[in-house]
Design a binder for this molecule. Structure first.
Ligand SMILES: [Zn+2]
Length: 332
């Protein structure tokens, strides 16, 4: 059997992908037409041609612009169901999907409609596509004032979406350190949620240490710049705090110079718990099968190792134990 066929067959778990970064061009154009939003493109090709990034800030600008196509409960449900259909096609059994409530609130979207859409989309994921979803609601570092506590209020309150498993932290890492968000994370953790900040992507090891010490991170989004501090690599290996690695994202956003120079293999060799992810698959024209194939082709990650990375992801997830055991049995 070819490696591609083996990878396609492998049951999978994904822990780091953004709902708002998963809208494929066709879905994006449909939603834009429905809501009369001008994206400056009328075909999938024209839209994809806009997806070139010189920097993380470039990407962030495009990402925020893309949100404008999501307006009603129906839109959020459709986006979620479309993502689930795609995940099902790659044999992904379970995914923890990040979404950013404050980014929608600040542009005037009714939070009740947003939550209703997420709930309906998650139901369709389960019943129509057989994919179980958990939500990670993240704080956009540069946009949500830390003292506001908006995201923590929503996800710890009575009007939270169904299936929220953790609080996250995304957006611009430079200038907005983890320590600013200690209070929001503390409240989320106290209410039983996990802690999954992005760190060590556009800022170095000090950002990862901040995520661990101030935010008690259960996992680190990206974390690839941990490689710059051997003591941090040792700490990650010893504690088993997993990294959510997204190779294509890191290359396209210039976190690393090339796929070949990505530290994936070095992290594995150092004994760090790694999971493989797509981050914003629509903007980076990737999917989970492609990320696994890249690891296999370029970094010599064997099929057995890829299976282990899927087990890592399942283990590192916030899925209920019984569900984890059921999926683990499928891993063989
Ligand atoms: Zn991300």
């Amino acid at each position: 059997m070819s490696s591609a066929a083996e990878i396609a067959q492998l049951p999978k778990v994904e822990l780091h992908l953004h709902l708002e970064g998963s809208l494929r061009p066709a879905t994006m154009l449909d939603l834009a037409e429905r809501n009369r939003v001008d994206l400056g493109a009328t075909s999938a090709e024209e839209l994809t041609a806009q997806y070139t990034f010189e920097s993380f800030d470039d990407f962030l600008h495009l990402f925020l612009q893309g949100l404008t196509v999501l307006q009603t409960a129906d839109d959020f449900a459709l986006a979620t169901a479309a993502l689930a259909e795609e995940l099902a096609g790659q044999n992904v059994r379970y995914a923890e999907v990040t979404t950013t409530p404050f980014n929608h609130h600040r542009r005037g979207i009714d939070m009740a409609a947003y939550v209703e859409g997420l709930n309906e989309g998650r139901r369709r994921a389960r019943w129509d596509h057989g994919v179980e979803l958990g939500w990670i609601c993240d704080i956009p570092r540069e946009l949500e004032p830390p003292e506001l506590g908006f995201t923590a209020d929503l996800i710890t309150g009575p009007d939270a979406p169904d299936g929220v498993v953790a609080i996250g932290l995304g957006g611009a890492e430079i200038g907005f350190p983890a320590e600013l968000f200690e209070a929001s994370f503390g409240r989320a953790i106290d209410s039983g949620l996990g802690s999954v900040p992005h760190a060590g992507e556009t800022v170095g090891p000090e950002s990862v240490w901040g995520a661990i010490r101030a935010l008690h991170a259960n996992r680190i989004g990206h974390g690839v710049r941990s490689m710059e501090d051997p003591a941090l690599v040792d700490f990650l290996a010893e504690t088993g705090i997993p990294l959510e690695v997204s190779v294509t994202s890191n290359v396209l956003l210039r976190v690393v110079p090339s796929v070949e120079e990505h530290p994936l293999r070095r992290l594995l060799d150092a004994g760090v718990t790694v999971t493989l992810n797509t981050d914003d698959p629509a903007y980076f024209s990737t999917d989970l099968n492609s990320e696994l194939q890249l690891a296999y082709d370029v970094h010599g990650v064997t099929i057995d190792e890829l299976k282990q990375l899927q087990r890592n992801a399942l283990e590192a997830s916030f899925a209920p134990d019984l569900f984890k055991r059921t999926v683990a049995a499928d891993f063989g």
